[in-house]
Design a protein around this ligand. Structure first.
Ligand SMILES: Cc1cc2nc3c(=O)[nH]c(=O)nc-3n(C[C@H](O)[C@H](O)[C@H](O)COP(=O)(O)O)c2cc1C
Length: 137
């Protein structure tokens, strides 16, 4: 059975690269054109908002707990994420998230996302529904 992820899938193409940058708290401070195009928001609507504005309720809490623990330690997180679009659709990405520092030493986080494989999506569809319980969340 396929899960309810939203009303319509927006598929990335191979050349799509969705990039965003957040401050230390996860508020969006940069979004590229592909992010706007796929998610259906203008830059003005994204900048200054918490990154959970594109959260899809299918995503387990455990994935984001792991993401934040990893990047706060200065390590790189890679995972499969499904996000929500502005008009109730959804899009799957393979995300790589890492810490970055400004010249003055302020902490930032960057996420770069490309098209995932069918196998990666199927793996997430199979495993995410039970992940929080497995992780005690
Ligand atoms: C650089 C960066 C990019 C992120 N990108 C996403 C994203 O695309 N989708 C998403 O749901 N959460 C993303 N997050 C995680 C959110 O900050 C948040 O933890 C998550 O949406 C869960 O929301 P909640 O903490 O309110 O439960 C990102 C975090 C960082 C640091």
């Amino acid at each position: 059975m396929s899960p309810n992820l939203g009303n319509k899938e927006v598929e990335l193409d191979k050349a799509t690269m969705i990039v965003s940058e957040t401050d230390a708290k996860g508020n969006i401070i940069y979004a590229n054109d592909d992010f706007c195009k796929i998610a259906g928001y203008t830059k003005g609507e994204l900048i200054g908002k918490p990154h959970n504005m594109v959260r899809n309720s299918f995503m387990p809490k455990a994935a984001f707990k792991d993401l934040w623990e990893t990047v706060k330690q200065g390590n790189t997180w890679n995972g499969i994420v499904v996000n929500a679009t502005a008009n109730g659709g959804y899009y799957w990405v393979n995300a790589t998230v890492f810490q970055s520092k400004t010249v003055s030493g302020d902490i930032r986080y960057v996420s770069v996302r490309t098209k995932p494989t069918k196998q990666e999506i199927n793996w997430a569809i199979e495993n995410y529904p039970t992940l929080d319980k497995k992780m005690g969340l």
